[in-house]
Design a protein around this ligand. Structure first.
Ligand code: KIV
Length: 259
């Protein structure tokens, strides 16, 4: 696991971009693992799979269940699990829950959201040998209503820069920068010595992450930074249409598919 984390640092050093994606199940994890450096079991599974309007409704047992499935598909990438809302309110609660996640899912580390508010908690987790990835900018667990990108005002810039430094000092091995204005994400990336992983935060970050279901065209999200690299929804529709027609006609199952 430490080898995989130091590989990320090396990539930052030699300016080789870090490729990250989310996965919520073995099947997807298995397919993406050979191309990714890091696979995140994100609490975005709440909106993507369960249609929750907020990730706050995701709980620890959901994260553990999906992570166990993902673990079966991940051989090469670093596997990180999101700690859900209300599971890291203080040092002892965070350590207890992170240890449980690490033990039950055999993941390589955890991610939690927030800047200065969680820096002491991160310090405590790292001291107890839990590898932690930070997450600043838009932090969905604390957003109500519409998501707006971060880093417009001087005060927001100053705070985000300070937060990124605090997370680095706390011992985080990388930081997700979500929806941060491009000049600021560049400045943060150049300021910190740990990798920055962008989502909606410009090409200047050391790596990029997307929700796999968005990239694969399994969701209808129309957020500016989402680029669809496949259209699986229409593939599914076409396949099912064909199946229906063959069942109706009685051409499926043919002799080939019968005992
Ligand atoms: O939950 C998630 O999938 C995430 C990524 C979008 C970074 O936190």
């Amino acid at each position: 696991m430490l080898k995989k984390i130091s590989r990320l640092f090396l990539k930052k050093k030699i300016n080789s971009k870090i490729v990250c994606l989310t996965a919520y199940s073995k099947n997807v994890a298995e397919e993406i693992d050979q191309y990714t450096d890091l696979i995140l079991v994100g609490d975005s599974l709440g909106s993507v799979l369960y249609n929750f309007y907020t990730t706050r409704k995701v709980n620890l047992s959901m994260m553990i269940q999906h992570s166990k499935s993902v673990r079966k598909g991940v051989k090469k990438s670093l596997m990180i699990v999101d700690m859900p809302f209300n599971t890291y309110k203080n040092k002892s609660q965070a350590l207890k829950n992170c240890k449980k996640v690490m033990k039950e899912t055999r993941c390589d580390g955890i991610k939690l959201e927030g800047g200065r508010k969680v820096s002491e908690i991160i310090k405590h987790l790292v001291k107890n040998k839990i590898p932690v990835m930070g997450h600043i900018g838009i932090t969905p667990q604390s957003v109500r209503g519409k998501f707006k990108y971060k880093g417009k005002s001087e005060i927001e810039k100053k705070n985000l820069l300070k937060d990124s430094k605090l997370l680095e000092e706390a011992g985080a091995f990388a930081i997700v920068l979500e929806c941060i204005e491009k000049k600021l994400s560049k400045e943060i990336t150049e300021t910190i010595n740990i990798p920055s992983i962008g989502i909606g935060s410009s090409r200047f970050c050391d790596g990029q992450i997307l929700v796999s279901d968005d990239l694969l065209g399994l969701t209808d999200n129309k957020i500016k930074f989402i680029k669809k690299y496949a259209y699986l929804k229409s593939n599914i529709r076409n396949a099912v249409k064909k199946f229906k027609s063959e069942v109706k006609k009685g051409t499926y199952p043919s002799i080939k598919y019968s005992y």
